[in-house]
Design a protein around this ligand. Sequence first.
Ligand code: ZN
Length: 290
Amino acid sequence: MRIFDPHIHMTSRTTDDYQAMYDAGVRALVEPAFWLGQPRTSPESFRDYFDALLGWEPFRAAQYGIAHRCTLALNPKEANDPRCTPVLDLLPRYLLKDNVVAVGEIGYDSMTPAEDAALTAQLQLAADHGLPAMVHTPHRDKLSGLRRTLDVVRESALDVERVLIDHLNETTVKEAKDSGAWLGFSIYPDTKMDEERMVAVLTEYGPEKVLVNSAADWGKSDPLKTRAVGDALLAAGFDEDAVDQVLWRNPVAFYGLSGRLGDLTVPAPTGPAEHEGNSIQRGAPRTAGE
Ligand SMILES: [Zn+2]
């Protein structure tokens, strides 16, 4: 089973996770920029984070045979902090980079006017840069959050067919599907969607334009939930082609809208590599001549 996790925050995960993901079949992933927990105090803090998503983290993923791409944005939560919003002026230069395959994650957290402004501005940035957008829907008031999100998308310059609406569940899937957007589902260990509910959603709505992710981050989450969904689908009688569509071809098609997804084949590691002079083999003995 080949797996593309379209939404996972590897910055918060260990190298053991990379190894386990590879062993489970994950060969590609997209890491969206998000809130890091500790509030940022300036746009410069975003600059270093974006550079890490474009440099260090793909290097780390490649050591484990996984292709790494990212989406960049001002996240919904920090859109409310005036110390952070100047990052919107920094973003255009970052959105030109090859590994950036969408603007995201954007959307609503508490549905404030500041979040409205950031969402509108970043949908425009996506349209200006020929990129799709990955839009997070709020975890509270899900249906009203989805409706407000879709209203803003429809008023934007970005076609709704270039938008992935994420964190959907049974209450929001129908309206999201009717809108023509791509449909994202985050599978968690004990909250929100789980793999059995995901099987039920796919049974009712079919696999078209559906993406499943683990959204793994600092919180209780499981980077192997994509695989768990694949296994649950097979057990429920879905065929391998349907599983491949959801876990591989749909993410490739959505992020492929950027025209930048490129070759997702990662060569097997050939030994200790270095990123800007730094190895991840910390503690490994150095050999003569290094
Ligand atoms: Zn996320």
